[in-house]
Write a protein that binds this ligand. Structure first.
Ligand SMILES: C[S@@+](CC[C@H](N)C(=O)[O-])C[C@H]1O[C@@H](n2cnc3c(N)ncnc32)[C@H](O)[C@@H]1O
Length: 218
C-alpha cells in the first residue's frame, strides 16, 4: 500500500484494526520472549496499539515505528503521556516516559535506531503489506536483528477470494517461505477469531483463523 492509503485511513479514523484492549496472546506468550525489565522491545508498524502500554507496564523500553503522525500523536494524547518530538536520526520521533515512537517508514530504520532491542512484538504488519513488500519487510527485520533475537508475531488467514486486502490473508505456509531462511519458526497457537474482525465480516469474510508464531533469529 502506498503511504497515502495509511495517512487517509488515520485521518478518516478508519482504523478497524485498532484494539481497545491489549491482545490476549501478548500476555499469554510474553514469557517466551525472555525479556527483562529495562530491555528494549521493537514494535514495527505499531499504530496506537494498547499493546505498547502493556509492554511498557512490564518495564520494557518501547521502540515503535508508525507512518502516521496522527497515530503517534493520538497514542501519546490518549494515554496522557508527555512526549517530545526529536529528529536526531533523521526520522522524526516522539519520545517520553519509556516510549520512543518513530514516525516514518519502517524501511528507513537502522539497527542503531532500535536502542539495542533484540526482541520484537509484531501484530498486524504482514497483513498490512502487499505481497511484493512482505519479503522486503522480512529481510529488513532480519537485518535489524542479531542472532538469537525473538519475535512474537500475530497474523491471520481467511479466504482471500471473499474480499481483497488490505488487510491481507497470510497463510501459514507463507510464514515458512518468508521467515524460514533466517528464523526458526514455532507456531504457538491458532484460533477462530472471526468475531474480532467485524470489518472483514462486513466485507463478506465468513471464516478467519488468527495464529501466533514465535520466531528466533538464526
Ligand atoms: C494493520 S495496522 C496494525 C497497527 C498495530 N500493529 C496494531 O496492532 O494496532 C498497520 C499499521 O502500519 C502502519 N504502516 C503501514 N506501512 C508502514 C510503513 N512502511 N512503515 C511504518 N508504518 C507503516 C499503518 O499506518 C498502520 O497504522
Amino acid at each position: 500500500m502506498d503511504k497515502e492509503f495509511w495517512f487517509r485511513r488515520w485521518q478518516k479514523n478508519e482504523i478497524g484494526f485498532h484494539l481497545t484492549e491489549p491482545h490476549h496472546s501478548l500476555a499469554k506468550f510474553y514469557d517466551l520472549l525472555q525479556v527483562q525489565q529495562g530491555d528494549s522491545i521493537f514494535v514495527p508498524l505499531c499504530g496506537k496499539s494498547p499493546d505498547l502500554v502493556w509492554l511498557r507496564k512490564e518495564g520494557l523500553n518501547v521502540v515503535g515505528i508508525e507512518l502516521s503522525r496522527t497515530a503517534v500523536e493520538a497514542f501519546f494524547n490518549e494515554n496522557h503521556l508527555s512526549g517530545k518530538w526529536t529528529n536526531e536520526t533523521g526520522i522524526p520521533c516522539c519520545r517520553g516516559e519509556g516510549y520512543k515512537i518513530y514516525c516514518g517508514d519502517v524501511f528507513k530504520l537502522a539497527n542503531a535506531d532500535l536502542d539495542g532491542a533484540c526482541t520484537v512484538y509484531d501484530r498486524g504488519s504482514l497483513v498490512a503489506l502487499p505481497p511484493e513488500m512482505r519479503s522486503r519487510y522480512v529481510a529488513h527485520l532480519a537485518a535489524l536483528l542479531p542472532s538469537g533475537s525473538r519475535v512474537l508475531l500475530i497474523s491471520y488467514i481467511y479466504n482471500q477470494a471473499e474480499t481483497a486486502g488490505p488487510p491481507f490473508s497470510i497463510p501459514q505456509k507463507d510464514i515458512e517461505t518468508l521467515f524460514g531462511e533466517n528464523f526458526q519458526i514455532e507456531i504457538l497457537a491458532e484460533e477462530d477469531a472471526l468475531l474480532s474482525h467485524q470489518g472483514l465480516v462486513a466485507r463478506g469474510v465468513t471464516q478467519l483463523t488468527e495464529y501466533v508464531v514465535l520466531l528466533t533469529r538464526r
